[in-house]
Design a protein around this ligand. Sequence first.
Ligand code: GAL
Length: 633
Amino acid sequence: MIRAGIRVVRIGEFAWSRLEPEPGQFDWAWLDTAIKTLADAGLKLVLCTPTATPPRWMLDRWPDMLARDENGHVRRFGSRRHYCFSHEGYRGECARIAGELARRYGRHPAIIAFQIDNEYGCHDTTLSWSDAARDGFRQWLAGKYGTIAALNRRWGNVFWSMEYQAFDQIELPHLTVTQLNPAHVLDFNRFSSDQVIAFNRLQCDALRPHTDCPLLHNYMGRITSFDHFALGRDLDIATWDSYPLGFLDDRSGRPQDFRDRFLRQGDPDFQAFHHDLYRSVGRGRMWVMEQQPGPVNWAPHNPAPAPGMVRLWTLEAIAHGAEIVSYFRWRQLPFGQEQMHAGLKRPDNSPASVLAEIASLADELRDLPRDDAPDARIALVLDYPSAWGWQALPNRTGATPENATDGFDYFSLVYDFYCALRQMGQTIDIISPECTDLSAYCCVIAPALMHVPESFAHALAGVRGPVLVGPRAAFRTADMRIPDGLPPSVPWLDCRITHVESLPANTPVPLEGAGSFQYWFEHVHTRMPVQVRTREGAVALTGHNDRYYLAGWPDAPALRGILTRLLSPLPLTIENMPEGLRSLDTHHFRYLFNYAATQQTWNGRTFPPASVTRMPRHPARSSSRSGQGDTHS
Ligand code: GAL
């Protein structure tokens, strides 16, 4: 490890059955040896609480701790993440093991951080339909509403005679004959998110008294089932697990021909999106805890990264603010579920070819200034409750076999904006609507923010530059009702949505100029100037004085047109980046990353495949030698 330039190792994330082979009987000897071996070699450690893998004996203690899926089936022992966040008994066990670990190792000089659990929400584990979740939900509702009459009123339960007489009559929102009440569903999402936060907080409380190390968690790609911003406030660093090839095939939502073109490189925007998101979740502190180094085992197809891509992904993460990039995993395992998952070493302990790529990268990193960070002037808002709201009230009944791959969800819409901005060469911060200091930004974009908190509406009003909201902006109250006087209920917008349409993917609404709306279209009555119309003359974009409302889901050409209109008066350079070439401005450098499988030429420069080009933004201040930029293939 030392020879390969590795400085930090994460250990123990699933080790409960060895830490506590029998209830209350601990075996620390092996971990003491492991920590000493690594520390003596000069490595620093991240030690994990093992709570994502409760050992088998735990089920004998707490037979009802397993989660249930939406059909009520128990999610059994035999893999991992087999617990329900709401189970009080299991929560106690987690606090107990976290406390034991912290008491023993919390002040160990080689340990630099504690990771809590592993990948909350992964394998669809945030929501549980267990008895523990149902009881917890009832209590949570009683706490929120106080009286059942208030709940009935705010949920609108007079509709379809859904009124309750007591909190303990309320079931979890599943297995009904037809549509569920969206207010019921949204509250279940909020409750489930709160349970993840409470579960995590218990472990923070157990760890903090015994250690001064930062606490962190390794989040995942494209998980919206709990509020990462809210959870992140209890931690010191946000880390995430970056699997570019697995994510491209498994969750990027990109069409097949795109996935084929980027098979061995990954989606050129997906990693950057999550670096920017988690930098914000970690309030400026972000790491990549698991970086894919070779083929994984869990996506529909598992190709190997093209030569140079592991280096590119690593440098891209660092340019976006990652303080540490750690690879998963050190050695490929010859047994268990992940025996097809590559590591830096093969199962026979010989080095995989990627180890040499990483070893030479360690030398390159020494030259990078430590005080650098992305320099974003544009903020894009991501709001987890909006993702739940969009799901709870989609205004369509879901994917049919023909449109199963169309991305009708909130994340996809926000991601479309992100990709369009990056295609225009912009550097972006992703922020939550809890953020009220927007003074760093000359443009703020908040697509589909279903409920706009008053404080955020106020903050948006103060932005000096264009603000774009819609579609579905301030579309529902926090109780999932239509606001009085029709949406959007934003004081600085003088328009009203009269009705909405969801549309099949093959029936877009063409706009004047370029592009169309797809999937979603709102009919708007406005007293503000109309900036863009549909070809039939309806309002597509309305607004004045830098405040705009967008009435649909724009395809890529429409998005470019709308964003160009917004950004062109600003002191930003609007580019037209070729597919696969992406840029990032940090305080010191402009970076260019070539994700394309072939060499690209752009603005008179050539970019070999898998290359990273770094150019000083302020040559006088930079230590770089050439001033023309360095390209490395
Ligand atoms: C992550 C997880 C690791 C390992 C890896 C495989 O989601 O945290 O434990 O399973 O995926 O790619």
